[in-house]
Design a protein around this ligand. Structure first.
Ligand code: ZN
Ligand code: ZN
Length: 276
């Protein structure tokens, strides 16, 4: 990627695993990951133009991406997907279920690669492992990213923690986990009853409390960073979500940050313990 060389000449730009949450929340989701010279995007819930701007702000570009993955067909995950894939001639990786539901929205694509839960996809040493999520979408998935013994887990848009979810999120170095709503704020808030019921259902979104239960079940001394994701601006408050997560993580609290809707995180490096 010659257009990336020279930004920080002395740094091994693409060899280490780095990621940035470009956007997180019901207004649009997208996660950028690079490692071993490979560059991928998971979800494209913002317009191609906005995603491009956010990539530039972290010193990267949408050009030359190796793959774009989709977790499921909801618009906050695929809104910008079709134009992005066509403009940059990138192939889509998603499940047959997601593709069948999303294809009319996506339009004609440069290429489609069918993925399935439990079947990892390899890009050099960067391995993308899909796992099934309980969500009101067709064959929705989330991902565990593997690279040289490092593990980054993404767990958003799921209504509850299944035993599969808990087992996939063990022994992670970084966990990006949904902390969507505070149940009391949701109950007292302005959403229609039907929407409230959907969000709280087993195939809806994780509450702060449910997020905390998962954190309790997967925390370990090697977990360096937890990012709270897909936070509702209407039915949650960052302080409430952070407090619940801190209580669940206990004394050995790793770094804890909250992903934002309107600003990307920096490009966050993930070093293997041996390099620290
Ligand atoms: Zn979503
Ligand atoms: Zn969703």
């Amino acid at each position: 990627m010659s257009d990336h060389e020279g930004i920080v000449p002395s740094a091994p730009l693409l060899k280490d695993l780095k990621f940035s949450i470009l956007s997180s929340g019901s207004g649009g989701n997208s996660l950028y990951i690079e490692a071993d010279g490979k560059r991928i995007l998971i979800d494209a819930g913002l317009s191609e133009k906005k995603l491009s701007q956010r990539m530039v702000s972290i010193g990267r570009s949408l050009q030359g991406l190796d793959a774009v993955f989709a977790t499921h067909e909801h618009s906050d995950h695929i809104r910008g997907m079709g134009p992005l894939l066509r403009k940059h001639q990138i192939e889509l990786y998603t499940t047959d279920g997601t593709y069948s539901r999303a294809s009319s929205t996506l339009g004609k694509l440069p290429g489609f690669n069918s993925i399935r839960a439990g079947q990892p996809v390899e890009f050099g040493e960067l391995v993308v492992e899909p796992y099934a999520t309980p969500h009101d979408a067709e064959e929705s998935v989330a991902f565990v990213i593997h690279y040289q013994g490092l593990r980054l887990g993404l767990a958003t848009d799921l209504g509850r923690a299944t035993s599969e979810v808990i087992s996939k999120l063990q022994n992670l170095d970084v966990l990006l986990i949904e902390s969507n709503h505070d149940v009391e704020m949701l109950d007292a808030g302005p959403y229609p009853w039907v929407t409230k019921r959907r969000i709280k259902s087993d195939v809806g979104h994780l509450s702060n409390e449910s997020c905390g239960e998962i954190l309790s079940a997967v925390k370990h001394s090697g977990l360096h960073l937890v990012v709270l994701m897909h936070m509702s601006e209407t039915n949650n408050h960052p302080d409430l979500a952070r407090l619940t997560a801190q209580q669940a993580l206990g004394q050995s609290t790793p770094n804890l940050i909250i992903a934002e809707q309107n600003h990307p995180t920096p490009l966050i490096p993930l070093c293997s313990p041996a390099k620290i």
